[in-house]
Design a protein around this ligand. Structure first.
Ligand SMILES: Nc1ncnc2c1ncn2[C@@H]1O[C@H](COP(=O)(O)OP(=O)(O)OP(=O)(O)O)[C@@H](O)[C@H]1O
Ligand SMILES: [Mg+2]
Length: 355
């Protein structure tokens, strides 16, 4: 039990008079200390005898005990006069919009073109079919593919300025039961290509931190290929819980994927890998659905999962309908064909990690 865990639990404590925003978002948590089993939280109130002080102290205690049964909790209160509201401009972004998101998972690989976006989009749709609340942020600022893969390329997300914080909020596009966000809705591909590193990183953060995601079980992040600056910035600025790695069975792809695995295992990142998806595991022609041709080699992903001690979440074949689904904007995971079922099974196995 660490201070960070407690802060996370405190996100559950809503202020009934402030639109049910959490005491964390409202800046009311003045101090948290953890000494073995004992947690002390100091809440700051703007005035003496705040009518809700007792109620909020009680719900703070309850939230901590609910998350850490057996802990001993003391809640203190202090009075701090409200300073002028802090105006937020530009990229001074907090994590408020992620407060209702339970699990943030990156979909990554060391190598491009292995089907990361295809897997991410289909996984999102499949999780939604299983009844989860899902969002997907396209973090590939140089080659966003989510708008096309979901048939939303002609949509433009609504945006507005929130009065009390002065913060620009973007509303995600909703389709197939999933909330989607991508830089592709705002920038033409040729524009994104000329962005320099820092600009791309900022755009990316906005695509995640300025979006009103609301309550989500899963927010998937379609990571760009490689292990560069954008990745590092992403894992440091966004509370990624862990990652799913996508690979093809081919040896070259595997070498690059190893880099991806190592990036998450690296000390400065140290995030769990929930599993490996072996994409393009075999080819099955539409007219011979029982036949499997291992054109990129057999079980390369499975062997690699074993080598690294990562669970194999699933094997997805190369089938024409998956490529067509990506091009037409109707993801294969919507169908009841074998490829649709394969994505739903994959989603089920990923979700098992969190039940
Ligand atoms: N299992 C599959 N069966 C058939 N086609 C597939 C499959 N997986 C991916 N594809 C196709 O391969 C191409 C590349 O896939 P995708 O764009 O998802 O890869 P990526 O890893 O996200 O690439 P990038 O590194 O450029 O982001 C797409 O045309 C996609 O439709
Ligand atoms: Mg991609």
């Amino acid at each position: 039990m660490e201070v960070n865990d407690i802060n996370k639990a405190l996100l559950e404590v809503q202020h009934p008079a402030k639109g049910d925003r959490s005491i964390v978002e409202l800046g009311m948590v003045d101090n948290v200390t953890v000494d073995q089993n004992k947690v002390t939280v100091t809440l700051a109130f703007p005035k003496h005898r705040d009518p809700l002080a007792e109620y909020l102290a009680g719900s703070t205690k309850a939230a901590i005990i609910r998350n850490f049964p057996g802990s001993e909790v003391e809640v203190k209160t202090v009075v701090k006069e409200e300073s002028a509201p802090k105006k937020k401009h530009g990229l001074d972004l907090g994590l408020e919009e992620l407060a209702g998101v339970r699990h943030i998972i990156g979909v990554a690989s060391g190598k491009g073109g292995v089907g990361k976006s295809t897997v991410a989009v289909n996984l999102a749709v499949a999780l939604a079919r299983l009844g989860y609340k899902v969002g997907l942020a396209d973090a590939d600022v140089y080659g966003p593919s989510v708008p096309k893969m979901t048939g939303t390329e002609n949509e433009m997300p609504d945006a507005f300025k929130e009065e009390d914080t002065d913060k620009e909020i973007i509303l995600p596009i909703e389709k197939y039961g999933v909330k989607w966000m991508s830089i592709g809705y705002f920038a033409k591909p040729e524009q994104a290509l000329i962005w320099r590193g820092p600009m791309a990183c900022n755009a990316l953060k906005q695509m995640i931190l300025q979006v009103r995601w609301g309550e989500l079980d899963f927010l998937l992040i379609d990571m760009p290929p490689g292990t560069g600056d954008i990745h590092i910035s992403l894992v440091h600025d966004i509370p990624l819980e862990g990652a799913v790695i996508v690979s093809t069975p081919q040896d070259v792809a595997l070498a690059d994927v190893e880099k991806g695995v190592n990036m998450f295992r690296n000390e400065s990142v140290a995030k769990p890998i929930f599993g490996l998806v072996e994409n393009m595991a075999w080819f099955t022609p539409e007219e011979l659905p029982e036949n499997r041709y291992y054109i990129f080699g057999k079980d390369g992903g499975a062997k690699m999962a074993e080598k690294y001690g990562i669970p194999l979440l699933g094997q997805i074949p190369i089938v024409q309908s998956i490529r067509e689904g990506g091009d037409s904007g109707a993801p294969a995971a919507l169908s009841s064909r074998p490829d649709g079922v394969a994505f739903c099974e994959l989603a089920g196995r990923l979700a098992e990690n969190f039940i």
